[in-house]
Ligand binder design. Sequence first.
Ligand code: NZQ
Ligand code: ZN
Length: 388
Amino acid sequence: MNNFIFQNATKVYFGKGCVKEYLSCLTKNAHTVLLAYGGGSIKRNGVYDEVTGILKAAGKTIVEFSGIMPNPTYAKVQEGAKLAQDKQVDMILAVGGGSAMDCCKAVSLAARYDGDIWNDYWARPGVIDFEPLPLGVIVTVAGTGSECNGGAVITNEEKKIKTGRDYPQLNPHFALMDPTYTYSVPVKQMVSGGFDILSHIMETYFSEPNEDNVSDDIMEALMKSVIRNLRAAIKNPEDYTARSNLMWNSTMAENRIIKMGKRCDFECHNMEHQLGAYTNCNHGCGLGVLHPVYYRHIYKSGLSKFVKFAENVWGIVRDGKTDEELAMAGIDALAAFIKEAGLPTTLKELGAKREELKEIADSCGISQGSYKPMTHEEILEIFQECYE
Ligand code: NZQ
Ligand code: ZN
């Protein structure tokens, strides 16, 4: 294992009824709460009424910050920060998925910062030497794991850059996670979020070290759990066991635990984020298109791990296969699962334009944690291979 320091500042309240039970206590020190959410799903499924009912009964002044879009923009962050400053809010409560949570992490920083947070904290890593506005989250969709990390992925539309930074100071103070809140997530989004979870685990698993380490063992168990529970939730969206497992898988994949001692890759995320910057595609769907193609490009450089993936995650038996054949069988099983789940398999379906592929490829970050660090030329090859 490589050396590491571990800390996670978010306190999690998990399970059916947790919002009703804990929200008023968790907001007791706040007078004015910025209630932040997306395009309105919380109004349709009753979550908005439940949350505002609790806040009103506790005597809070509620300032609404709505319309946070999937792939939140820097302009939206600036709007939220201005509102938080003008209304002198003393706590942010983000209700939603990765987009609402990420946007609010950036708002919590921008509301207490005079300069330009894009330039100073997203364009390059910065140092947070002040207290951001306190943030709590209520998770309504499983996928990003944003509730238990300091990561916030923001799109700068002017510059055509979608990028994430992870600042421990931006970890939410608390996360309320009621799996029944995810029942109303449309199947397409549930599958996309499920694949995002799997992607976070694979991006970590497929990286050094290759020798025996706890993180890889935990990840094999998590990957099997995601695959099993996503299948169950597709069959029955109100399967509480499946929804709660997926919700916790999502947190486990991104609460830093599995990254301990690992180099981490995240090249598929680098590629997907730039595809998102150009096409505004759905995050999990973009990842579904890229993963199998990317792995066919790199598996020879991480062969022993790809063999373990085939055997331990997909249960493929060697049966006379060479290491390379076994590794490829694992990648094929992944590709078959993506199809079975109904995710898109081409960039064309995501709305990418062929003539823009080179510009997008050239804008992608290069991960040094990959078994085989990419060049921009090879990223373009990958894009072309999965275009249609
Ligand atoms: O906006 P509303 O109306 O709420 O609808 C949302 C949205 O359309 C809907 N939804 C959420 N909960 C629902 C629901 N619909 C019905 N019932 C519910 N209970 O789902 C749609 C997608 O929501 P969004 O928050 O955009 O999805 P997700 O959680 O996948 O977040 C995606 C964003 O997070 C970033 C992505 O790049 C993308 O910008 N990521 C954040 C990460 C992090 N902070 O750690 C890591 C990830 O790798 C990822 O990059
Ligand atoms: Zn992701």
